[in-house]
Ligand binder design. Structure first.
Ligand code: ADP
Length: 299
């Protein structure tokens, strides 16, 4: 069982010849709507990897929420939503040009309604009586730091595995970081985290040693590296992808798949092997989650 506590967005992606400059209006060549938000992407990836998945999230009371619920349920993800009556479901507007460059605006909207108390109430209800050894909690940096802290504390208290994808890098306590099993970050996040906690001249291996945790760093086309608390570094190569269509959501596919594999009892190395395979599939398709109106309205 994988319980993801995280964000859900409705992503609208338009393709244009060139990104508009301030004051300019351009026409879209295509318009796609897809499920997005790191929490949703990771929940879907974990379900695709065969896990029984629940997402604890916050949605508005609007058509976008129904759309997101439908998409999540179509992949057998159980949804435990907090309903925000005042804000719309989270949304992202993504503009991509012919060169693959993008500009993105995110409105967190209802995601902000996911408080630590509400999240923990839902996690407690979902995990009551469940098998500790096979239940994995997952959180990312798109929720309030207080929520991440609460989920980590819950995992410690109840003896559950806690997978932390600190994307983006938000301010969390050392107690939370020490609970991560593993901490998953991309290269840029690893650098930012190392600078923040240890200063310029340090390396991620120093963080793994200090916090006594495994850190998995995703390296794009290079795959991933697993750093053990003793400083040992193991590389997990990525499958070769000839045509990269869209890299958004690759890190989420990796993290969700790793969580699913760990909940099945696989080793971290084996889990990362499944993770890079899922990451490679994710970059071959459009969209962050791989769910939506794939065809869109082409015009
Ligand atoms: P993020 O999307 O968070 O920045 P990465 O770019 O490191 O994360 O990608 C996450 C994972 O997706 C990688 O570990 C790798 O497995 C896979 N991946 C990303 N880009 C490629 C690529 N060009 N070829 C093959 N696999 C890739």
């Amino acid at each position: 069982t994988v319980v993801v506590v995280g964000s859900v967005n409705l992503d609208t992606t338009v393709h244009v010849a060139m990104l508009p400059v301030p004051g300019e209006t351009v026409f879209a060549a295509t318009n796609h709507q897809q499920l997005g938000g790191k929490g949703a992407n990771q929940a879907v990836a974990a379900a695709e990897a065969g896990a029984t998945v629940t997402i604890v999230c916050a949605l508005g009371d609007d058509p976008a929420a129904e759309q997101a619920l439908g998409w999540l349920r179509s992949r057998a993800v159980e949804v435990r939503p907090v309903r925000d009556q005042t804000r719309p479901t989270g949304q992202a507007w993504i503009i991509v040009d012919d060169k693959g460059e993008n500009a993105i605006v995110v409105d967190r909207g209802a995601n902000a309604a996911l408080t630590a108390d509400l999240a923990i109430a839902a996690v407690l209800d979902r995990t009551r009586g469940s098998d500790r050894t096979t239940t994995t909690l997952v959180a990312q940096g798109e929720v309030d730091p207080a929520v991440v802290h609460a989920v980590a504390a819950f995992a410690r208290e109840h003896g559950l595995r806690f997978v932390l994808n600190l994307a983006p890098v938000i301010e969390v306590s050392e107690a939370t970081l020490r609970t991560a099993a593993p901490l998953i970050v991309n290269e840029g996040e690893a650098t930012a985290l190392t600078r923040r906690h240890l200063g310029e001249d340090s390396r991620p291996a120093d963080l793994a040693r200090r916090w006594g945790i495994d850190i998995v760093i995703t390296l794009g086309a290079e795959g991933a590296a697993i750093i053990s608390p003793d400083g040992e570094i193991r590389r997990v190569p990525a499958p070769l992808v000839d045509v990269v269509v869209d890299t958004s959501g690759a890190g989420d596919a990796f993290a969700g798949t790793v969580a699913a594999a760990l909940s099945r009892g696989l080793s971290l190395y084996e889990a990362a092997e499944h993770g890079v395979a899922a990451g490679a599939r994710a970059v071959r398709r459009w969209g962050a989650s791989g769910i939506g109106d794939e065809q869109g309205s082409n015009r």
